[in-house]
Design a binder for this molecule. Structure first.
Ligand code: PEP
Ligand code: MN
Length: 661
């Protein structure tokens, strides 16, 4: 076989040496944007022939793209448009999502296989190429469903010739995983190098003083900036998350050392010693295998493709209808107007309404199912209702409801979810599970597992936001990170956003719907009512059918929208979570100040001074102890408490002075 190698560095060069030596390649043709590299490669027997991109594209059976990751997608597109139908191209870059996205729409996408053979040294260029570099290592093949089966086979044969084990993984998972096991170690090494260079300006003394510990830890700091800067940039959000976790560990070490907590330091080191098990390879191999397995069957939860229960879905699934069924006319008119927009796939209506306080409208009950059945007959659309117990399930199914959903107040209660699951044994109906009211992913996942345990495979999740503290613009904080994490754990699970319950008001619905589309959600559930202001429940958040259609029409679907996978907006989701916490902290501090003012009044009436030193010392001491348990430094606790204390004194003085006047 004639093999082309583009990029004659350490990886491309080392692959070429073994492929030829082991008779996988009869001839290797290569190119590099650095003419010196081509010369060295020829002299070292890495390539037999130099060839242009076009020559390689037209004459080689298999092409290895081994350039830095920032230029690889451009070259790949150029190659794909020139190769003949039999040629397979594989890349070996350290980030996979970016390149997969770049070629996703190319008509010849299936001739490309996204790969990452995991091996390397800190040295660069063809001079560093070495034989047997890949022996007994692992190569990751990503998104192989997008490649021809025969192309994947060719890539696997190549890695077998390099004595590598091939494992399969989604590109996104690869990037997240590799951020920890490879990218983070390089950054750590660069940062260590910089730290010591900055402190020890005299490089000679570093060399002399450096023990082998320093040398082996900083080894990777010699790695090429051409290669690594683009990798960090392409994998920024995962690398940032990995760095965050690492910085936390560094801070913990600093703190225990600052505090003289030798036992804690000892414990941390002995825990870290367990890394030898992983380095010995036994665990790593097992873990990679089980990791890959869970990629393919999502653990125990079997999920049917959404096309099994909605036909012809060309765009996001839209579920719409009133929060509650109120009267037959209201249900019929709303549903007919919604159907007339042509934008709606499923009609919803609440039949039994879980209200927070008694004596609010609790739904019309079973009669509403009759109305919904008529609406279904009149429009030909599917219907969906919320069920909270066995009787609801039975009534809904008896009335021909097509889709059931479990509400946020039910998902929190495993007894209720299990009761529903038991009622669903031997029933084939799609079930959508709303997130629980509180931000607890395990609870959400647990409910999905229970319903799955009943044999239901037509599953979906509805993200309706989470209860929050304090004022935000949302009724229920979206905390996007949670549905994203759920999707990571169950990649095949359709995710439906409920902007109505997240927003609690009409104005924000379009914005949140768009956000969900940008995260590649599969669908939307939006409440609609012919006369929203008069609605018996959730009046503020319902929209008229015409507005619903407008919201759907105005959605912008990003390139690559598939409705299958949430794209990586981890950073944005994490920032929103931080904003949410900040807002809650400020609300709680303001509540604290109100209590402080009451104390001020009490002190004034009882003729006590504002500052009572023993009380202040008590606060400090118990907060230090609590802070230590929570991983907050003493220094921070002290600064924080002083600021809060000062603000409290100001509030109390204001109250006391006011009382004087
Ligand atoms: C509803 O969809 O009307 C409803 C009650 O929603 P949730 O369970 O999300 O509060
Ligand atoms: Mn509602």
């Amino acid at each position: 076989m004639k093999v082309g190698v583009i990029g004659l560095g350490l990886i491309g060069g080392s692959m070429a040496l073994d492929l030829q030596q082991r008779d996988f390649a009869k001839k290797i043709v290569g190119t590099d944007n650095n003419p010196d590299h081509i010369d060295i490669a020829k002299k070292a027997g890495i390539i037999q022939e130099e060839g242009s991109l076009a020559e390689i594209a037209q004459t080689c059976d298999l092409i290895i793209l081994a350039t830095p990751v920032d230029v690889a997608p451009g070259i790949l597109l150029e190659l794909l448009s020139q190769v003949n139908e039999e040629t397979v191209i594989l890349d070996v870059g350290s980030t996979k999502e970016h390149i997969c996205r770049a070629v996703a729409k190319h008509p010849r996408r299936s001739q490309f296989v996204a790969c990452h053979p995991i091996a390397g040294t800190e040295n660069t260029g063809p001079g560093a190429a070495q034989k047997k570099l890949f022996d007994h290592k692992v190569s990751i093949i990503c998104n192989s469903n997008d490649s021809d089966a025969s192309a994947v086979k060719k890539a696997e044969a190549l890695f077998a010739a390099l004595k590598m084990e091939s494992v399969h993984m989604e590109a996104r998972e690869h990037d997240r995983h590799i951020a920890y096991v490879s990218h983070l170690s390089h950054i750590t090494s660069f940062a260590l190098g910089l730290t010591v260079l900055n402190i020890e300006k005299d490089e000679k003394s570093i060399f002399n003083l450096a023990g082998s510990g320093f040398a082996s830890t900083v080894r990777l700091a010699k790695s090429s900036p051409d290669m690594w800067a683009p990798i960090f940039s392409q994998n920024a959000s995962h690398v940032s998350a990995a760095l965050g976790a690492y910085i936390e560990q560094l801070m913990l070490f600093k703190e225990t050392i600052d505090e003289g907590l030798m036992t804690e330091t000892y414990d941390m080191i002995s825990t870290a010693n367990q890394i030898s098990r992983i380095l010995d390879g036994i665990e790593l191999k097992n873990r990679q295998k089980s990791f890959v397995k869970s990629e393919f069957n999502s653990g125990e939860v079997k999920i049917a493709p959404i096309s099994d229960w909605v036909s012809n879905l060309q765009r996001p699934l839209v579920i719409s209808g009133p929060c509650s069924a109120e009267t037959e006319e209201q249900v019929m008119q709303t549903c007919q107007q919604l159907a007339a927009t042509g934008k709606v796939d499923v009609l919803r209506a609440g039949i039994w309404k879980p209200r927070t306080r008694p004596n609010n409208f609790e739904g019309v009950g079973t009669i509403g199912l009759e109305w919904l059945k008529k609406a279904k007959e009149a429009t030909g659309l599917m219907t969906a209702v919320e069920v909270a117990n066995k009787q609801h399930v039975e009534e809904a199914l008896k009335h021909g409801v097509d889709i059931l959903w479990i509400g946020a107040r039910t998902t929190v209660n495993p007894f209720s979810v299990q009761e529903i699951a038991d009622a669903l044994q031997d029933v084939d109906v799609p079930v959508l599970i709303k997130n629980p009211i509180n931000a607890d992913l395990e609870l959400w996942l647990g409910a999905i597992e229970r319903i799955s345990g009943a044999g239901i495979t037509k599953l979906g999740a509805i993200h309706r936001g989470f209860a929050k503290y304090g004022e935000t613009k949302y009724r229920n904080a979206p905390q996007w990170q949670l549905p994203i994490e759920l999707k990571r754990r169950l990649p095949d699970l359709p995710m439906i956003c409920d902007p109505s319950h997240i927003c609690g008001n009409r104005e924000l619905i379009a914005e949140v719907s768009q956000q969900a589309m940008d995260l590649n959600y599969t669908g939307l559930i939006i409440e609609s009512h012919i006369n929203p202001d008069k609605a018996l429940s959730d009046a503020k958040q319902q929209v008229v059918p015409e507005r619903l259609a407008q919201i759907i029409n105005e959605l912008v679907l990003r390139d690559g929208y598939s409705g299958k996978v949430i794209t990586d907006d981890t950073l944005q989701a994490l920032r929103e979570q931080v904003d949410q916490y900040d807002s809650e902290i400020l609300t709680i501090i303001s509540q604290r100040m109100q209590v402080v003012e009451s104390i001020g009044q009490y002190k004034k009436e009882n003729n006590l001074t504002i500052l009572q030193t023993s009380r202040w010392n008590d606060i400090l001491n118990h907060s230090f102890a609590k802070g230590e348990k929570l991983g907050l430094s003493k220094d921070f606790i002290e600064k924080y408490l002083k600021a809060v204390h000062q603000e409290s004194i100001n509030h109390q003085s204001a109250v006391m002075n006011q009382l004087k006047n």
